[in-house]
Ligand binder design. Structure first.
Ligand code: URA
Ligand code: CA
Length: 434
């Protein structure tokens, strides 16, 4: 086989075989296929797309390019959740103990990553003592005992994807459905769960701004997951404004605690119940989605969900008393209110821009090396559709510096206020099964 012939084949719109795709990914991973040929190949995919069989083959080849996590020592059907990323998205922190409380094993591997706020691991580290570096034996033991554990990413997962993602970034080939879908799914499949629930976001704060694109991506990922033998479902959820009220690390931990008690923001709770019922259903812990949802509501109301959260924190060395006393979480030195300049209704909050405001405060990383300030962030007091009076607080800023002029300016830019009442968008747009 010669790479140049395979590039031509894809360029001309023909379907590649599994053997051909394996040859490309193996050769690229071990350096035999140079970056310039892979660039041309990525561009050919960008224009010619891939069939479902090709997408499955590409994903599997990337999974096989590195380590794969073996979760077989953990009892039960392991279901993982993945979000395509949004602003103020605290769902993992809530879902892990929530579904564990109804008996679904949650063996979560989580990253730090870049973003407006930290990843789940960073958020958990705002709890004093919480340890995310646990070895695989301990991890297995904790999930078997408590049904939930969260560990930091380790091992060499999907090196082919790492290399290819970096190349796509500089060759204008990121925005391709087969390449995005295989990239995301390769990482999920290599992480070892039996079933996968995807939260595909759409709207101004999402990677996929338009609903059609989000649906296409969701379908592509569900087909890959099922084609690779992992039961996969995608929920398409709205990210036209941040989820919940809090954007920041410790602030989101507090919001997660409120939600586990059934006192969280309505949108965040609804998304968690929607995603959670799909997880419980796929794990075989309920016969229908309705039954799954009822079970989740029951553990929120009874206090079992919050008890599981405490057990989980204690098991990983953390101080679980933060659950009942949020003053023990990192707290910012100053708070400032951003007041509405006029009466009216909130018609828009540009999610990714308000995320940037939080990251200016220090809630997120701008480079892999930068330090996160776990205490800082924003709390939205008004969301889309809410009525607001002049002088009322739109947002509370939690800051460790007194100079927040740039952040205040940014927040005013993200909020639109109109005189007419506002129709809100649905939170759940669709659920994709195949
Ligand atoms: N996220 C990924 O992991 N891969 C992509 O290609 C795009 C977003
Ligand atoms: Ca939030």
């Amino acid at each position: 086989m010669r790479m140049v012939d395979l590039i031509s084949k894809k360029r001309d719109g023909q379907e590649l075989s599994k053997q051909e795709i394996d040859f490309i990914i193996e050769g690229y991973t071990n350096g035999e296929i140079p970056e310039y040929q892979m660039s041309a190949f990525a561009m050919a995919i960008y224009f010619q797309d891939m069939t479902t069989d090709e997408r499955v083959a590409l994903t599997k080849a990337m999974v096989e390019s590195g380590d794969q996590i073996d979760l077989s020592a953990i009892e039960g059907i392991k279901v993982d959740k993945h979000s395509t990323g949004g602003v103020g998205d605290t769902t993992t922190l809530i879902l892990a103990p929530l579904v564990a409380a109804v008996g679904v094993p949650v063996a979560k591997m989580s990253g730090r990553g870049l973003g407006h706020t930290g990843g789940t691991i960073d958020k958990l580290e705002s709890i004093e003592g919480f340890e995310v570096e646990i070895d695989s034996n301990q991890f297995t033991k904790l999930v078997n005992e408590n049904k939930v554990a969260v560990v930091g990413q380790s091992g060499n997962l999907t090196p082919a994807d790492k290399k290819l993602y970096g190349l796509r970034d500089v060759t204008a080939t990121v925005n391709s459905i087969p390449l995005i879908a295989s990239s995301i799914m390769s990482k999920k499949i290599a992480s070892g769960s039996d079933a996968i629930v995807l939260d595909v976001k759409t709207g101004s704060g999402a990677f996929m701004k338009e609903l059609d694109g989000a649906k296409e991506l969701a379908q592509a990922m569900v087909q890959i997951g099922n084609g690779a033998g992992r039961n996969t479902i995608a929920v398409i959820s709205d990210m036209n404004q941040p989820l919940g009220f809090a954007i920041g690390n410790a602030l989101e931990v507090k919001e997660a605690i409120d939600t586990l008690r059934g006192n969280g923001p309505e949108d965040l709770q609804e998304l968690c119940l929607t995603l959670g019922s799909q997880m419980v259903y796929l794990a075989g812990e309920a016969k229908s989605i309705e039954e799954a949802r009822q079970k989740l509501e029951d553990v929120m109301q009874s206090g079992k969900a919050i008890e599981v959260f405490k057990t989980f924190i204690t098991a990983q060395g953390g101080d679980a008393s933060v659950v009942d006393d949020s003053a023990k979480l990192p707290t910012a030195s100053y708070t400032f209110e951003v007041e509405a300049k006029q009466d009216g209704y909130v018609s828009e909050i540009i999610a990714d821009e308000i995320g940037i405001a939080a990251s200016i405060l220090g809630a997120g990383r701008t480079t892999k090396e930068s330090e996160i300030d776990l205490a800082v962030g924003l709390v939205l007091n008004k969301k889309v559709g809410d009525q607001v009076k002049k002088g009322e607080s739109l947002v509370t800023i939690h800051s460790n510096t007194e100079d927040v002029a740039e952040v205040v300016e940014k927040i005013y830019q993200t909020y639109s206020i109109t005189t007419e009442t506002v129709e809100t968008r649905p939170l759940i747009h669709d659920i994709i099964h195949q």
